[in-house]
Design a protein around this ligand. Structure first.
Ligand code: NDP
Length: 322
């Protein structure tokens, strides 16, 4: 079992910024990259609101820059996912898919994951390659020349719908209200796009499928239509589409810490106001895992910086910094 002063869990903007500050403070942090190295920005297109990139930068490119930067200052990255965390004893113990590790301080930067509609079928088809996805950048290419739908009314839905017009013949933007939540600039760009067809006041009741046979003789279930319900008059209808992108928000990745750290009613970790300190001294949280309000790359990065500074100060107070 290898021991480290600081272990950071997660590699979004929060985890990388925490690693940057911790490594520059000579704490030689160990970082577990997790199931989605680079985090949510690796599945987004252009990032136009991260300061310092006046022309914008592709999400994956931004995360590559952060990765190289932390390596330069002595961070060790491991392509492992933490499966178990024991934060009750000292030192803290983390079990990954490859081994066991101990740490004097732990920084949690596990972020958040895409939410599904709660009808079962959407998530199931996303896993089986049935034409449902929560990531336009990853899967948009497969829908070239097809008619598809995006569900949601926030920035993600509008951004994905706009991006998907590069491939699809038509993108139906299904929203449960008659007003988008997305920022004005993004809304305007999307609603001006002739390939985007907004469908107001509609929810998806079901994903209808047909079974196709591949050239190899394998049977696969593929989406053929959506069953929709009008939220105003209750009427039901069918919309023929060959693809569905679900963009209705995210859930914090906190199941590892259930029963050990306080969370709010939606599962976000709670930290002491104005800091990254959790209820366990030596355990810090940063980024989307503790922030359901701002959820921006820049705020995640800022809170990652706070977590590293809080961890450094705490370790020094305990006489564990050197
Ligand atoms: P949001 O929480 O902002 O929006 C979620 C959308 O999905 C809302 O329109 C909501 O409807 C709808 N929704 C939620 N649950 C359901 C459901 N069960 N069925 C149908 N619709 C549902 O999430 P986003 O992922 O869009 O954005 C998260 C954050 O990331 C935001 O702060 C956003 O600004 C930011 N972001 C910024 C980007 C950029 O600047 N380039 C790109 C993408 C995201 P309702 O409106 O009725 O609540």
């Amino acid at each position: 079992m290898s021991h480290h002063k600081v272990i950071i869990v997660g590699t979004g903007p929060a985890g990388y910024t925490a690693a940057l500050y911790a490594s520059r403070a000579n704490l030689a942090p160990l970082v577990f990259e997790g199931a989605q190295p680079g985090g949510q920005l690796t599945i987004t297109t252009e990032v136009e609101n991260f300061p310092g990139f006046r022309q914008g930068i592709a999400g994956p490119a931004l995360m590559d820059e952060m990765r190289e930067q932390v390596i330069r200052f002595g961070t060790t990255l491991k392509p492992e996912t933490v499966l178990q965390a024991d934060l009750q004893g000292r030192p803290f113990k983390l079990t990954t898919d490859k081994g066991e590790y101990t740490a004097d301080a732990v920084i949690i930067a596990t972020g958040a994951s895409a939410m599904w509609l709660g009808i079962g079928k959407d998530e199931q088809l996303s896993r089986s390659g049935g034409g449902v996805s929560a990531c336009a950048t990853c899967d948009g290419f497969f829908f070239r020349g097809k008619e598809i739908a995006v569900v949601g009314g926030g920035d993600t839905a509008v951004e994905e719908a706009t991006f998907l017009t590069k491939f699809a013949t038509r993108v139906h933007l299904i929203h449960r209200r008659d007003k988008l939540r997305a920022s004005k600039a993004m809304q305007e760009r999307a609603l001006k796009n002739e390939k985007i067809q907004p469908l107001w006041n509609k929810v998806v009741l079901d994903v209808l499928t047909s079974t196709l046979e591949t050239p190899m003789g394998e049977k696969v279930e593929k989406i053929r239509a959506l069953k929709l319900k009008d939220t105003v008059d209750g009427s039901e209808s069918e919309l023929a589409v060959e693809g569905l992108f679900v963009a209705i928000g995210h859930r914090p990745n906190t199941s590892l810490f259930a029963g050990q750290l306080p969370m709010d009613e939606t599962g976000y970790l709670q930290v002491e106001k104005g800091s990254s300190r959790t209820s366990i001294p030596g355990v810090f949280a940063c980024g989307d895992v503790q922030d359901h309000v701002y959820r921006q790359a820049i705020t995640a990065a800022g809170s990652g910086c706070m977590a590293a500074i809080d961890a450094e100060r705490w370790l020094a107070e305990q006489g564990l910094a050197d």
